[in-house]
Write a protein that binds this ligand. Structure first.
Ligand SMILES: C[S@@+](CC[C@H](N)C(=O)[O-])C[C@H]1O[C@@H](n2cnc3c(N)ncnc32)[C@H](O)[C@@H]1O
Length: 190
């Protein structure tokens, strides 16, 4: 499902897997609880997409919340990140609830029907926010939700506003600008 804008993403824009430890450690757990950030949007049995999952900081907790009848798709550009998630999932005994998808530069490239999509600290890396919004909308169930969180350090208020305008132009509706999610945040639906 690659679009004509896929070339806009450059390798240098992407958080390298070699520094994945900065995304999953005790310090982050002190300040960003995965359950507090995404728990309120998840139900048992849900199908979830963690796009740009990195080393799985949110993936594992989401797999625990959706339970045996749920599914979490861990999607990332870097196979090394997906391998880290696989190892962690094995350790936490949730591997069967996960599936893995390797995205292409600049696009998700997945066909699925999803209850909740998390795009945490990743949209700004893609170089193709509009394309990602369009793909996410196509995968979302009618009552589904998308939570986008972007880091204030890398994404200005104006750029985030532009992202929200792009989302609305793609036909997504803003449900909330939730506080306390760890950055500039918007909750979207179709
Ligand atoms: C800053 S990390 C955030 C990881 C994770 N969401 C977290 O909060 O711990 C951004 C992640 O997005 C991934 N990413 C960047 N571009 C992507 C793309 N086009 N498709 C899928 N993943 C991508 C990177 O490989 C990296 O793992």
């Amino acid at each position: 499902m690659a679009t004509s804008t896929t070339v806009e993403q450059k390798r240098g824009d992407v958080c390298p897997h070699q520094i994945a430890f900065i995304l999953d450690n005790w310090l982050r757990r002190l300040i960003q609880s995965p359950r507090k950030i995404v728990g309120e949007y998840l139900n048992e049995g849900d199908t979830v997409l963690d796009v740009g999952c990195g080393p799985g900081y949110f993936t594992i907790d989401m797999a625990k919340i959706v339970g045996n009848n749920g599914k979490v798709i861990a999607a990332d550009l870097q196979t090394q990140m997906l391998e880290k998630v696989r190892k962690k999932a094995t350790k936490h005994n949730v591997l069967e609830r996960l599936s893995f998808h390797r995205c292409e530069l600049g696009s998700i490239g997945l066909s699925a029907s999803i209850d909740f999509i998390l795009a945490f600290y990743m949209i700004h890396e893609t170089g193709n926010p509009k394309g990602f919004l369009m793909e996410m909308k196509q995968m979302l169930k009618p009552e589904g939700k998308i939570l986008i969180v972007e880091p204030k350090m890398h994404v200005s208020a104006a750029t985030f506003e532009e992202l929200i305008r792009d989302a609305e132009n793609e036909g997504l509706k803003v449900l909330d600008h939730p506080n306390g999610k760890g950055g500039r945040s918007v909750l979207l639906t179709v």
